[in-house]
Every structure is written in structure tokens, then in C-alpha cells.
Ligand binder design. Structure first.
Ligand SMILES: N[C@@H](CCC(=O)N[C@@H](CS)C(=O)NCC(=O)O)C(=O)O
Length: 206
């Protein structure tokens, strides 16, 4: 890597934050480029040439363009921080399971709940809260006796878990009943290089 990686993002997007967090934790040289989602800049050129899906985050690493937050985590880890994906195949499979969990349950649970309170999205709040409860109940049980989601050190699974979980209260999702989940958040926040996403004072975070 010679030049800084460019992370095209929105500063209040958890999908974008997980990419920035990973770059910060691993010492990858990066700069952020804010995309004006409110004025639709992600649905027009030149952004659509980077990502025809019209979604942030996107990274540019020299001539390489990578889209989708979890795909970006895999790309950055494989290229610059291989310790963050386990070499053991069963453990790697578990990492992919938790990336899918972040793209599934966490996206339709706490992420959706927060889209309603932070951005006024027209989504089903009751469903988002129910999905969140199922997701965090599962994680709470899974994390019993564990320090990290996979193996004995942080991986990209923990990074993908972090942003929408930490900011769940903004979407009226309480983490009070999930001490193991909160302990994992605290472990991630204690890692060298950790960067936070700004808190929006809405929901239970008001
Ligand atoms: N699967 C994608 C989802 C990304 C995503 O939903 N990005 C949101 C911001 S959090 C976005 O760009 N929304 C703009 C829109 O839907 O028009 C990823 O993981 O990167």
C-alpha cells in the first residue's frame, strides 16, 4: 500500500463504520470521503461508477474498488491484516457465519431499528425490535464463556458485530439484558486504535 485507502462513507452509517474501525484497528493508512446521501449523491455519477448498487461503503485501494462492508473486511484482512481471519478452516467458516449474521439479523434488527429513529426510515419498528431481541438473545447465549466470537483473538467477525450492536440503543433496542454482548463491545472498545462512530441522541440514547 503506497497511498491511503479511500473509504467512501456516511459518518453515521454502521456499515461504513465497521470498515473504518477495521482500518483503524489494523493500522491501515486510510482517508474518508463523505458521500452526501441526503442529497442522493450515491444514486448519481461519479459514485455509481464506483458502486452501481448506489450504497456506501466503497473503498478504493489504488485502482482496486471493493464494495459491501463485509466483502471489504475480507479484502482488507486478506491483503493487509491476515491475523484477523483464522487460518483454521472451521474457524474461518464460523467467521463467515457471523459476517452473514451481521448482514442478516443485525441489518434487519438493530440496524433497521436505528434507521427509523435516526433517519426516519419507513420500516416496521415492531419487527426490527423482535428481530433484535432474537439476535441478541442468541449472541448472549453463544458468548457465554467466550472472549471473542471466534477463537481466542479478535477477528473481522467481531468488527462486523460491533457498530450496529453498540448503537442499538439509538433504535430503542436495550442491551441491558445482554451482559456478555456488552462485555464483547467493551473488549473491542479497549483494542488499540479503536475509533467510535458518533452517537446520535435518539431512542434510548437520548
Ligand atoms: N450490504 C451492504 C449494505 C450497505 C448499506 O445498506 N448502506 C446504506 C448506508 S448504511 C446505504 O448506502 N443506503 C443508501 C440507500 O439505501 O439508498 C454493505 O454491507 O455494505
Amino acid at each position: 500500500m503506497t497511498n491511503a485507502i479511500r473509504i467512501h462513507r456516511h459518518p453515521l452509517s454502521g456499515h461504513c463504520h465497521r470498515v473504518e474501525l477495521f482500518a483503524a484497528l489494523t493500522g491501515i493508512n486510510y482517508e474518508t470521503v463523505d458521500v452526501d446521501l441526503a442529497n442522493g449523491k450515491h444514486k448519481e455519477e461519479p459514485f455509481l461508477s464506483l458502486n452501481p448498487a448506489g450504497l456506501v461503503p466503497v473503498i478504493e485501494d489504488e485502482a482496486k474498488v471493493v464494495t459491501d462492508s463485509n466483502a471489504i473486511l475480507v479484502y482488507l484482512a486478506r491483503t493487509y491484516a491476515p491475523d484477523w481471519i483464522p487460518a483454521d478452516i472451521e474457524q474461518e467458516a464460523l467467521v463467515h457465519k457471523f459476517l452473514a449474521f451481521a448482514a442478516g439479523e443485525l441489518a434487519s434488527g438493530p440496524c433497521a431499528a436505528r434507521l427509523i429513529t435516526v433517519f426516519g426510515a419507513d420500516l416496521d419498528a415492531a419487527r426490527a425490535l423482535a428481530v433484535s431481541k432474537r439476535a441478541f438473545t442468541y449472541l448472549e447465549d453463544y458468548l457465554e464463556g467466550k472472549e471473542w466470537l471466534v477463537g481466542d483473538r479478535p477477528t473481522i467477525a467481531d468488527v462486523a458485530f460491533y457498530s450496529y450492536t453498540a448503537h442499538a440503543p439509538e433504535g430503542n433496542v436495550s442491551l441491558d439484558e445482554y451482559p456478555n454482548v456488552r462485555a464483547l463491545l467493551a473488549r473491542i472498545e479497549a483494542l488499540p486504535g479503536f475509533v467510535a462512530m458518533p452517537v446520535t441522541k435518539v431512542g434510548l440514547a437520548a
